[in-house]
Design a protein around this ligand. Structure first.
Ligand code: PMP
Length: 360
């Protein structure tokens, strides 16, 4: 069977190897006579999968010992709430860098729970750029600074992170975790819904510095990081299938040469697409400013609304899936997460060049 050219923004393409591997063990996991989904989450067979996923992530991102990995539910969206609930005391202020709709949503939830402030914003330019990270300053007594490392909707990505900030840096890495090496020790907390670079939807990965995990009896039990950290993310039934698939995706990343290997392929994929845009003499117009371009979500429009529509229609007929821009901004978006093969990106570049030749 030929795999679709899947450029979905999330849930998104998974590596074929992961799907084959899961299929092979689908009916009889580890000689248990049952599928992984039917195992108890308290069984040794499941716990081995759970712990292996943590170990693989630790080694792929070189996560230091003073960090805890949590597997939670509720998507990245629940982290918009859990983070201020756990890390924003009443007498402090949390700072948010606004670089897109997801940062706005994170800020909105935090504002319901405590004092917040905007550190910087690129809203005035329709979120087409990432502000200079060196210029970001927040007061020393702030609770934390929150950023969105990759803006899935606008196609912008931080190429360097704020360094002049002494408070914990918190990053929503939902759409670029594991796409390029990062220094985890620079962050207080990193979180990501799995459904773009990590696996299927259903599990959210949180990497948190241990000193930020505090017991607070006033918090709802399930919304406390302390609960999940203390119980190895097994306080209640975790999304076992999603975590199993996450462990397979992590094994696949390792086989690609780890995050460094993946990053080299990601650079190549993004370069091919941006080259088509840049060499089109304005036929394709990138949304993001060049220095802020995302290597995960390539956003562009054509010269008119009608031409954009025609492009999307023809692309669909040619077998390209998910190229519509987010409903809030329109235009086109090619999401080229880790699992999107280079060959599929090359097919898209061919299609774009041919569409331009026929329509300019
Ligand atoms: N943050 C970012 C950067 C996202 O791209 C998304 C989803 N597209 C979310 C948060 C929300 O994630 P979830 O649907 O897992 O709550």
């Amino acid at each position: 069977m030929k795999r679709a050219y899947n450029f979905n923004a999330g849930p998104a393409a998974l590596p074929e190897w992961v799907l084959q591997e899961a299929k092979e063990h689908w009916l009889n996991f580890n000689d248990t006579g049952m599928s992984l989904m039917e195992l108890s989450h308290r069984s040794a067979d499941y716990e081995a999968v759970h712990n292996e996923a943590k170990e693989l992530l630790t080694s792929l991102l070189s996560i230091p010992d003073n960090y805890e990995i949590l597997f939670l539910q509720g998507g990245a969206s629940l982290q918009f709430t859990m983070i201020p609930m756990n890390l924003l005391p009443k007498n402090q202020t949390a700072y948010y860098a606004l670089t897109g709709i997801w940062s706005e949503k994170a800020l909105k939830e935090a504002s319901k729970l405590g004092n917040t402030a905007i550190s910087i914003s690129s809203k005035n330019e329709n979120y087409s750029y990432i502000p200079n990270s060196e210029q970001i300053e927040v007061p020393k007594d702030a609770a934390y600074l929150h950023i969105t490392s990759n803006n899935t909707i606008y196609g912008t990505q931080w190429s360097s992170y704020p360094t002049n900030v002494s408070v914990p840096l918190i990053a929503d890495m939902s759409s670029d975790i594991l796409s390029t090496p990062i220094d985890v020790s620079k962050f207080g907390l990193i979180y990501a819904g799995a459904q773009k670079n990590l696996g299927p939807s259903g599990v959210t990965v949180v990497i948190i510095r241990k000193d930020l995990i505090k017991e607070d009896a006033a918090l709802p039990t399930m919304l406390s990081f302390h609960t999940h950290a203390k119980n190895n993310s097994l306080f209640n039934t975790p999304p076992t299938l999603a975590i199993y698939l996450l462990s397979l995706v992590l094994k696949w990343v390792k086989k690609q040469g780890g995050v460094e290997g993946i990053a080299a392929i990601n650079n190549e994929k993004a370069k091919h697409l941006y080259d088509v845009i840049d060499q089109s003499n304005g036929f394709y117009r990138g949304h993001a400013e060049e220095t802020s371009r995302s290597k995960m979500n390539v956003t562009f429009t054509l010269q008119s609304e009608n031409l954009t529509k025609a492009f999307l229609q023809e692309a669909k007929e040619a077998g390209f899936v998910g190229l519509n821009g987010h409903r809030s901004v329109g235009g086109c978006r090619a999401s080229i997460y880790n699992a999107v093969p280079l060959e599929h990106v090359m097919e898209l570049t061919k299609f774009m060049k041919e569409f331009q030749r026929k329509n300019q």
